[in-house]
Design a protein around this ligand. Structure first.
Ligand SMILES: [Zn+2]
Length: 449
């Protein structure tokens, strides 16, 4: 065997699940990974605190180094130790003794728990975005048995990468949404591009976290491409002035902001976000929606067109099928389709809700947030996360109805929770109920066809 052959066979073994399984068992125990991810999460959480504070104010998130907001003293490294720094200083600034909000260590702790918890769920509890796959093993009687393959770090580490990116971005967006009722549009778009790039690079058949479209839904991938191209067309038409921006005279005011204006006379709007606000009548809100309906038409129509073509035209159907088998292109298209499904579903709900109630229903920031999340978790999970998010949001809304005079609430954090839950639960859910759902779908199909 030549040297090249040896290298080739060694590399070949890396893509063999059985080999990955042995490798995993040889690697260090879970505790080391859990500790590492907890520490990493605490540091990322510390950075997210900075992002959530500075980003909406338009300040750089990198420099200058953090300082106490009260006395402006630069903080040294020991004041900046995540979680423990705050505990050691008993929640007070070392220099001016003013209290430091408990929110900072809480965000750090939450991120740390999310990071370590995700690892535990996937690689200790075997709950996660596992795809259909099985392992052939020879048992004690020399008979080959097919058994389902568990999630292992050596084989499924890309799923952990996707999850950590997902949690970090959603946490930043949720913190800002919670404070300002706005999601800065650059956060979900950074998530989108990162998602498409990472999936094009890391997705492999049979590896957890891959977002390639399943073969039975092959036309979905083409519909995703259609939606993407349609969105580009709409953007060009908007930039060239053919389409008009909705609410061009200012973002619609929320109940909270109207109440604030009536009390204080100020129309400051979200702190630090220089965005004009305007109070719209119900009629005006409905009227503004026509701009958004126009904007949505090209993506929706092109998605529909490509969906029909990939069911009727063999060449298009072949491309759709090829996409479900290809790693790089399939991953990128899966991410784009996830983004399109997340964004379009929320946006359509927004348009219908606003037409129905004459009040802005769901922010455009929510639609963008699901564009970003969809690019990371993929088509099925993002659809599931809308249901979970809506359910959680509904419970909170009912509570607010009785407890608070302001009925507007940031929806972003609920969608974020829904997206994280779906990342873990979609595949197990689908594996359990696939037959029932498909049977139900074909029954409905029979009723109409
Ligand atoms: Zn201070």
């Amino acid at each position: 065997m030549t040297a090249q052959h040896e290298i080739a066979s060694a590399l070949g073994r890396f893509s063999d699940p059985a080999y990955a399984d042995t490798l995993q068992k040889m690697l260090m125990p879970h505790a080391v990974y859990l500790l590492f991810l907890f520490a990493l999460g605490a540091c990322v959480g510390s950075f997210l605190n900075v992002v959530a504070y500075r980003f909406p104010l338009g300040k750089s998130v990198i420099s200058p180094p953090s300082a106490c907001p009260k006395c402006n003293t630069r903080l040294s490294w020991r004041d900046n130790i995540p979680i423990f720094g705050w505990i050691l200083l008993a929640g007070k600034c070392r220099y001016c003794r003013n209290p430091v909000s408990i929110r900072y260590p809480l965000v750090e702790l939450t991120t740390a728990l999310f990071f370590a918890g995700g690892y535990a769920l996937m690689f200790m509890g075997d709950i996660g975005p596992i795809v259909h796959r099985s392992l052939v093993e020879t048992n004690a009687f020399g008979i080959d048995v097919v058994k389902p393959m568990e999630l292992t770090l050596a084989w499924d580490w890309p799923a952990l990468v996707f999850y950590l990116v997902l949690v970090s971005f959603l946490m930043a967006a949720s913190l800002i949404d919670f404070d300002h009722f706005v999601i800065p549009i650059r956060i979900p778009w950074a998530m989108f591009f990162l998602g498409v790039g990472l999936h094009a690079w890391l997705d492999r058949q049979g590896v957890a976290g891959s977002v390639s479209i399943d073969p039975e839904f092959a036309p979905m991938g083409m519909m995703g491409i259609g939606a993407g191209v349609g969105w580009l067309i709409s953007m060009v038409l908007l930039r060239t002035g053919v389409f008009k921006q909705s609410f061009a005279e200012g973002s619609p005011m929320l109940d909270r902001e109207v109440a604030e204006r009536d009390e204080t006379g100020s129309t400051g709007g979200p702190v630090g976000v220089s965005m004009p606000l305007k109070e719209y009548s119900k009629g005006e809100v409905r009227y503004e929606m026509r701009h958004e309906i126009l904007f949505l038409l090209p993506p929706l129509m092109l998605a529909g067109l490509l969906g029909v073509l990939s069911m009727r035209v063999e060449a298009v159907s072949d491309v759709a099928m090829w996409l479900t088998q290809s790693n790089g292109a399939g991953g990128a298209v899966g991410a784009i389709t996830g983004a399109a499904v997340g964004g379009l579903l929320i946006w359509v709900v927004r348009v219908f809700g606003s037409l129905l109630f004459g009040k802005e229903a769901m922010g455009l920031g929510d639609a963008h947030l699901m564009v970003g999340a969809g690019a990371i978790i993929g088509t099925g999970p993002v659809a599931m996360s809308l249901f979970l998010g809506a359910f959680a949001g509904l419970i909170h809304a009912v509570v607010l109805l009785f407890g608070s005079r302001f009925r507007s609430l940031p929806f972003g954090p609920y969608l974020a929770i829904g997206a994280i839950l779906s990342f873990f639960l979609y595949r197990p859910f689908w594996a359990q109920y696939e037959r029932d759902i498909l049977a139900f779908a074909s029954m409905i199909g029979d009723l109409f066809g």
